[in-house]
Design a protein around this ligand. Structure first.
Ligand code: NAP
Length: 447
């Protein structure tokens, strides 16, 4: 139950944002956590901070026309939601996936505000993307789409304004096409306008690995806090994209045994532990389907079409594909199989019912806005390197990432403790992330 004033703010946000289930879900979770803050510091709500925070500062929707390899004109829709710039320029990825709509971009942008705040770095929150599906498209088609997308987007972004990066469907190839078009249109080598760039042209070492590494490090911190760890434990990972691959890599380095990976066609389970070189070859080089992994690996690896990757018994779960991929049924199975920690590499991969089950069962649960903040944190490190015309070593950058993840973990735990919710990383992340943004907004007056 929310207190009356907070409830009234919540009702108003719901009234203003119909038909956007993912956005409403993300807002609901934050309001539940803010209840504890409302009891002690009602001034944030009284000053309209929460209402303002739920309303994006700016939303841009645009037409993206391009010509496919058959000469047919295609039209997609582009989005950029510049959500909140209290702490720095808007920062957040671009997602290219057929499911993208305004509500999904708003949910991701809203989460991004708190996530970016938790990193302790000077970045605001934003998100963007398109309903374009890069699967099955040639490099030429992807390039023409990206060039058209940037032809509009370039008016709105800049190193001091808004700094996009990758997300689902947007990796190094897409960032290359986007940056090339930005440079051509503006006649400026403004490296800090995009992150996730190639290493030869302004990118940062460890950026590619950062989100997955960070999510595994966060899981490790949660386990250490209960005198446990990765060593010799089975790890379940969903997805086989950027976040999944590097979650597997770090989990292996920490002594864990990742046994699964998936994509939208099904999942593989490999009882001998995932062969990472093979997975990278299939997914990063050949852009193939996950079933190919089982075919080539042979032995104890098998592909299961459809189905739930969470049926596989594991001690540590790193959901790293997409929103709402781990539901109540999957959570029940994981708990019955003795899962000890769940760290959200993806954004909001667990449904509210699944999260409730994990919390009831005493599973260490790291919400995405804390657990997957390593990606955006390393993007901010990329911006630092661009601003100082410098490049850092892998070791130094990874050390910075590790310290940032440990810092986020500690902040979540301390904040949860402060509000008498020990061990509740959801409350810790939401309250700590919110407070910093809210204090900055208070200082700025009503804007
Ligand atoms: P990616 O490289 O495009 O990989 C996405 C993976 O998830 C693919 O294996 C994809 O399979 C699978 N997937 C996507 N939609 C799916 C669906 N509806 N059902 C089943 N599988 C699906 O993307 P990514 O960068 O790894 O992002 C994964 C998640 O992490 C997203 O929630 C993203 O917002 C979050 N995240 C990413 C970063 C980052 O730095 N990249 C940072 C923070 C959070 P198919 O290829 O078959 O679609």
């Amino acid at each position: 139950m929310l207190d009356a004033a907070l409830q009234s703010t919540y009702d108003e946000v719901m009234r203003r944002n119909p038909g956007e289930p993912e956005f409403r879900q993300a807002v609901h979770e934050v309001f539940e956590s803010l209840e504890v803050l409302q009891e002690r510091q009602p001034e944030y709500n009284d000053a309209g901070i929460i209402t303002r925070l739920c309303e994006p500062e700016r939303q841009i929707i645009f037409r993206v026309p391009w010509v496919d390899d058959q000469g047919t004109v295609q039209v997609n829709r582009g989005f950029r939601v510049e959500y909140n710039s209290a702490l720095g320029p808007y920062k957040g990825g671009l997602r290219f996936h057929p499911s993208v709509n305004l509500g999904i971009v708003k949910f991701l942008g809203f989460e991004q505000i708190f996530k970016n705040s938790l990193t302790g770095l000077p970045i605001g929150g934003g998100k963007g993307g398109s309903d374009f599906d890069p699967h099955g498209r040639s490099d030429g088609e992807v390039m023409r789409f990206c060039q058209s997308f940037m032809t509009e987007l370039h008016r709105h972004i800049g190193e001091y304004t808004d700094v996009p990066a990758g997300d689902i469907g947007v990796g190094a190839r897409e960032i290359g096409f986007l940056f090339g078009q930005f440079k051509r249109l503006t006649n400026r080598y403004e490296a800090g306008v995009l992150t996730g760039k190639g290493l030869d042209w302004g990118g940062s070492l460890v950026r590619k690995e950062a989100t997955g590494y960070g999510s595994a490090i966060f899981a490790d911190e949660m386990l250490k806090a209960r005198d446990s760890g990765f060593e010799g434990r089975r790890v379940g990972v969903s997805g086989s994209g950027n976040v999944a691959i590097y979650s597997i890599e770090k989990a292996q380095q920490l002594g864990g045994i990742p046994v699964t990976a998936s994509d939208s066609s099904g999942y593989v389970v490999d009882e001998d532990g995932i062969d990472l070189d093979l997975l990278k070859q299939i997914k990063e080089v050949e852009r193939g389907r996950i079933s190919v992994y089982a075919e080539r690996r042979g032995g104890n690896a098998r592909f299961v079409a459809g189905g739930s990757v969470w049926d596989v018994p594991v001690a540590i779960a790193l959901p790293s594909a997409t929103q709402n991929e781990l539901d109540e049924k999957a959570a029940k199975t994981l708990v019955a199989n003795g899962v000890e920690a769940v760290s959200e590499g993806a954004n909001m991969p667990c449904t509210p019912e699944a999260v409730a089950l994990f919390r009831e069962a005493g599973v260490a649960f790291g919400p995405g806005k804390a657990a997957n903040a390593g990606g955006v944190a390393t993007s901010a490190l990329e911006m630092q390197q661009n601003a100082s015309r410098d490049t850092w070593t892998f070791e130094y950058t990874e050390e910075r990432l590790t310290q940032i993840m440990r810092g986020i973990h500690a902040t979540c735990l301390e904040t949860a403790e402060e509000f008498d919710r020990p061990g509740d990383y959801v409350v810790g992340a939401n309250v700590a992330g919110f407070r910093k943004v809210a204090d900055a907004m208070m200082a700025f007056g009503v804007i």
